[in-house]
Design a protein around this ligand. Structure first.
Ligand code: IDP
Ligand code: MG
Length: 149
């Protein structure tokens, strides 16, 4: 099944949104396959956001990500990459629909609470970067109540 990399950014941790965010993915019917509470250093943050290195906001973005601990997670399920992005909401919180994480909990694009992979391919890259030791193996007993197959 498809997997995505989700990270609760330092503002989400500081504001006590960890439980709310995990709950949304859990209740939807996705499976938590990996989770770490950690600080990242500058070079790691630069690597994670390498595709954005030419952006004018890159240095500030990296400083934001290293400003406190983050929650790194892998979630698995049908269409979890695209649906995860929908649960998260638009990058710019003023464009994020109410009911989404950013729509409900964020105001500024530079304090938008959460990261989610934008494609299956990038998800694989991000999971390899953040979870080089691999992921937990398990299957929920509720599986047949959530998925037809
Ligand atoms: P995404 O997080 O929705 O995938 P990206 O375009 O990949 O959005 O940008 C990564 C992160 O960079 C955003 O989540 C946001 O924190 C930050 N960012 C994006 N655009 C801006 C900007 O114009 N100013 C400041 N920060 C930005
Ligand atoms: Mg992105």
């Amino acid at each position: 099944m498809e997997q995505t990399f989700i990270m609760i950014k330092p503002d989400g941790v500081q504001r006590g949104l960890i439980g709310d965010i995990i709950s949304r993915f859990e209740k939807k019917g996705y499976y938590l396959k990996g989770m770490k509470f950690m600080n990242v250093d500058k070079s790691f943050a630069q690597q994670h956001y390498a595709d954005l290195s030419a952006q004018p906001f890159f240095a500030k973005l990296v400083d934001y990500i290293i400003s406190g601990p983050v929650v790194a997670m892998v979630w698995e399920g049908k269409d979890v990459v695209l649906t995860g992005r929908r649960i998260i909401g638009a990058t710019r919180p003023w464009e994020a629909a109410p009911g989404t994480i950013r729509g409900d909990h964020a105001v500024e694009v530079s304090r938008n609470v959460i990261h989610g992979s934008d494609s299956v391919e990038n998800g694989k890259k991000e999971i390899a970067l953040w979870f080089p030791g691999g992921l937990a193996e398990w299957k929920s007993n509720l599986h047949p109540w959530i998925y037809e197959n």
